[in-house]
Each structure stands twice: as structure tokens, then as C-alpha cells.
Design a protein around this ligand. Structure first.
Ligand code: MG
Length: 163
């Protein structure tokens, strides 16, 4: 599929500290792991970077502007709900998702076995075809805060087009 008109791109970046006793949820899928990302919401980094990349592409601000971590409404909320709301905003502004590409940077756990299930989860939340959702994982070669397993990071690029 080639989209020739009114294409916009956005990018997102997010980091969360890892803490004991927190669920490890990425893209709405919970993965068994002894530590999980700490945050005001469920700290689902994949959803957060998708929100920021899509909001950036539509020039609609950022995730913190729309879902403040000071707002009790978002305490412990599933970030899939935030992502679904961002998709509504993008579509209300006349855009549709072309494709998204997410990279998660983490030392453990190995994400590859979970990628098909996470993509299926995201496709359902976003109402976007799985073939338009790319999800990749990489380590940081044991360097830095990711390597020390103090935190995990994620990057995302999103393309949207005018309907
Ligand atoms: Mg975040």
C-alpha cells in the first residue's frame, strides 16, 4: 500500500524504572517476570510510546498533557485505555494510522516469544491491522540503566495519513 498524500510522522520515547512486585505489562499483555515498570498508570511503555508518537504525528501534544500523572483518574489505569483514547483523538482530527514501529530496549525478559501476542493485543486496542504494527526488542549489551536492569526504555515512530 502506498500512501501518497498528507502523510505525517511522529516519534515517542519513554523510560520507566523497574520495581519488585509490579506487573510487567507491555502492549496490554502481562508477562511473568519478578519486576515490572513503576508508574502512575500501569506503566505500559509500549502503549506510552505509541501514544506519544501518534500525538506527535497529529501535533496534539503529549501523553503527560492529556493524561497527567497528577490526575487521580489515571492512577493504576490500563494504558491500553489511554492508547484507545489517543486513537480516537487522531481519528477525530481526520487521520488514520499508516504504520507504527516500536523498539523496546530491555535486558530481561526475552521479548521475542511474546511479540505475536503483544501485536495482536495492540491491533485490537488500536483497530489497526497487525501487518501495520511492528514491534522489536533489543538489549543494551548490559550497558547503562537498561543493562543494570534498573529500568527499560522504548522508542516508537508512527505514520498517519489524512483520510
Ligand atoms: Mg511512561
Amino acid at each position: 500500500r502506498i500512501i501518497s498524500m498528507n502523510i505525517r510522522v511522529g516519534q515517542g520515547y519513554d523510560v520507566h524504572r523497574l520495581a519488585e512486585g509490579r506487573p510487567f505489562i507491555l502492549g496490554g499483555l502481562e508477562i511473568a517476570h519478578p519486576v515490572g515498570p513503576l508508574g502512575h498508570s500501569d506503566a505500559d511503555l509500549v502503549c506510552h510510546v505509541l501514544c506519544d508518537a501518534l500525538l506527535g504525528a497529529a501535533n496534539l501534544g503529549n501523553i503527560g498533557y492529556h493524561f497527567s500523572d497528577k490526575d487521580p483518574r489515571w492512577k493504576g489505569v490500563a494504558s491500553t485505555l489511554l492508547l484507545a483514547r489517543v486513537l480516537e483523538m487522531v481519528r477525530e482530527n481526520g487521520y488514520e494510522v499508516g504504520n507504527v514501529d516500536v523498539t523496546v530496549v530491555l535486558q530481561e525478559p526475552k521479548l521475542n516469544p511474546h511479540i505475536p501476542a503483544i501485536k495482536a493485543s495492540l491491533a485490537a486496542v488500536m483497530n489497526v491491522a497487525e501487518e501495520d504494527i511492528s514491534l522489536k526488542a533489543t538489549t543494551s549489551e548490559h550497558l547503562g540503566f537498561v543493562g543494570r536492569q534498573e529500568g527499560i526504555a522504548a522508542h516508537c515512530v508512527a505514520l498517519i495519513y489524512k483520510k
